[in-house]
Structure formats: structure tokens, C-alpha cells
Design a protein around this ligand. Structure first.
Ligand code: C5P
Length: 323
């Protein structure tokens, strides 16, 4: 048995990490780049521990999956926004779907043979620069939505504006915003130049649907994680993996998440598509990823065997829940 036992333990804490990663996580727990104001029961070990069902209902009630539209301030007053931003919400333009797959980019997808199963879903979400070409057997070939962060959009290595990697499906972008900022303050202080890159991409590829997540979504979700953990978590937004999972729960009756909770194939290989090894990819450093995984483990409606054999978690969509 390794550090996790057979499958992810929902009481995972930073004290169970190796010394190097423990220090990195502790540094991020102490740092507060985005000015997060801590409130509520979070970080206390005597808080009530909610059931999976109660957690699911909390998410449904307290997290609004919103995208920017051209009528949001300050965009309504900017010359480019009415031309380039969508007039409607992502969730009103797309879906609802019956079954959805969220494909984490974890190294443990390698040699999984999950491709066929993933492609049977009505919609498939992928992340950042995760390719399908050459990896179809393990990750499938269908891409309905690609969730990308502003760092990928801005970095020269990823050739975001020109690479064909980003050309299929609907794009959804996000950027870490200051915790209590309004949209105007964020617009003037984005972490990476998300709006410049968005405008350039939209002008080069005007036919491809492209949405931007409302930053309120990130921090409402962060609050749900912190309120349900016994220790202080990193004061940084959740990883793309959890943002994408909740996004799909708002559009699908049922969501399968692949290799977010590592299967028996668990590996320090960071991504299935790169020869780069770092445990931080699985346990988090900047992102509160290990706490995100605790939450997902508690909400999972599938079996531990599904996680162990297929790296598969089953979550109900918001529309299918009775709260
Ligand atoms: O690295 P990237 O953010 O592009 O990967 C997409 C998501 O997949 C991550 O945000 C994380 O939630 C998940 N992931 C993981 N374990 C890995 C690599 C990625 O859980 N080894």
C-alpha cells in the first residue's frame, strides 16, 4: 500500500505529504496573493462534517456557474466587448446533456484504455493544452469544451493563438481574480493578460464559441472547499480540474470524472502527454488540489472499485439532485 492506500482517502491533509511538498503547500497557505478574507467555519477541526449529499446541495445552492456577457459592467461600456463577448451565458447556449466526461490531464491516464468509454458521453471536457491526437486509445478523441487558464493563453510555449490544439469545441477561459474585486478592478489587474489574448483569439477565430468564467465562481467554490476542511487551505483559486467538474455538473444530468482521484495507475508523471514528473501535479502546490480531491471523494456516488480500476468518479448533475 502506498501513501493513499488503495484509493484516495477523504481525510487527506498536508501533514501526509513529503517534506518538500509540505513546505511548498505551507508557504501557499500563509501567502495571500489575492487578498482572501477568511470567514465561516473553515479550517476548524470541530466543524460539522457534511455528508456527500449535503456537500452536493451546498455546491448547488452556493456556487453560481456564470460566464461574462456583453451586458456586464464594465464590458457594456468598452468598444470591443459587445462585438466579441457572447450575448448569453454558456449554460443557456450549451446543453443540457445527459452524460458528461471530465478528463483530467493526469499521467495515470496513460495506458488506461479509457478512450472509447470517454467518447460515449454526450459531452467531453478537456483542460488547457491536453491533446487527443496520438492519445485516442487512452483519452478519446471527442472535445466538446476546453477549459483553459489565462497562463496558457498568454505563454509563448503554448502558441495559443495559432495552434490547432485549441480549434475544436467550445473554449472557456478563466483567470485568478482578487478575492473581493468587482469586474472593473479585475479587468485592470488580471493575473495574466486574459482579455488581450481573448480579443486576439476571437478576431482570428470568429466562428469558435469562446466564453470567460465570472471570477465570482472561483471564489464561491474556494469557500465551499475551505468551509468543509479541517485545516486552512491554500488561498488560491481551485484547480481547472475542479472548476471544470462543477461547470459540467451545471450542464449535465450525470458527470464522470476520469483520473482526478488516481486509479491503481497512479504515478508521479504529471501529464499523460509530457515526460515531466512532479507529485505537486497530483497533490497540488499553488492550488488547494488535495482538498478538492477530499471533497470529490466525499461526493462520489460510484464505488471505490471504479476509482481503483478506472480512475472514475460519478457525480450527479445539479438538475438531477433533490435538495
Ligand atoms: O495541469 P492542468 O491544470 O492542465 O491539468 C488539468 C487538471 O487535471 C488539473 O487542474 C488538476 O485538477 C487535474 N490533474 C490532476 N493530477 C495530475 C494532473 C492534473 O488531478 N497529475
Amino acid at each position: 500500500k502506498g501513501i493513499l492506500g488503495d484509493v484516495w482517502n477523504d481525510e487527506m491533509s498536508s501533514s501526509m505529504l513529503g517534506n518538500r511538498l509540505k513546505k511548498v503547500v505551507q508557504n501557499y497557505q500563509a501567502m495571500n496573493k489575492y487578498g482572501v478574507k477568511v470567514s465561516g467555519p473553515g479550517g476548524s477541526s470541530n466543524r460539522p462534517k457534511l455528508s456527500g449529499r449535503e456537500l452536493l446541495c451546498q455546491l448547488k445552492e452556493k456556487v453560481a456557474v456564470t460566464t461574462l456577457t456583453s451586458d456586464h459592467e464594465p464590458f457594456s461600456a468598452l468598444a470591443w466587448a459587445p462585438l466579441l463577448l457572447p450575448p448569453q451565458q454558456l449554460t443557456s447556449d450549451l446543453g443540457p446533456y445527459k452524460s458528461c466526461a471530465v478528463v483530467s490531464s493526469a499521467g495515470s491516464l496513460r495506458n488506461s484504455g479509457l478512450g472509447k468509454e470517454i467518447d460515449t458521453h454526450d459531452a467531453v471536457l478537456r483542460f488547457n493544452s491536453a491533446p487527443t491526437s496520438g492519445f485516442e486509445k487512452d483519452v478519446g478523441s471527442k472535445t466538446t469544451i476546453r477549459l483553459i487558464n489565462s497562463q496558457v493563453m498568454a505563454s509563448d510555449d503554448h502558441r495559443f493563438l495559432s495552434s490547432s490544439l485549441y480549434s475544436s469545441g467550445v473554449l472557456v477561459a478563466w483567470d485568478p481574480a482578487p478575492f473581493s474585486s468587482n469586474l472593473s478592478q479585475w479587468y485592470n489587474h488580471t493575473d495574466y493578460p486574459i482579455f488581450n489574448q481573448y480579443q486576439r483569439y476571437r478576431r482570428l477565430h470568429p466562428q469558435q464559441p469562446f466564453y470567460i468564467l465570472h471570477p465570482r465562481f472561483e471564489w464561491q467554490l474556494w469557500q465551499r472547499i475551505q468551509d468543509n476542511m479541517a485545516e486552512p487551505i491554500q488561498k488560491n483559486p481551485p484547480s481547472s480540474g475542479l472548476l471544470g467538474t462543477i461547470l459540467m455538473m451545471s450542464m449535465c444530468e450525470m458527470v464522470h470524472v476520469y483520473e482526478f482521484l488516481p486509479s491503481r495507475r497512479k504515478t508521479p508523471l504529471c501529464h499523460y502527454y509530457q515526460r515531466f514528473y512532479d507529485a505537486a501535479c497530483t497533490f497540488g502546490a499553488y492550488h488547494p488540489l488535495l482538498y478538492e480531491k477530499n471533497l470529490v471523494k466525499r461526493m462520489n456516488q460510484g464505488s471505490d472499485r471504479d476509482i481503483y480500476n478506472h480512475g472514475r468518479v460519478t457525480l450527479p448533475g445539479f438538475s438531477a439532485m433533490n435538495c
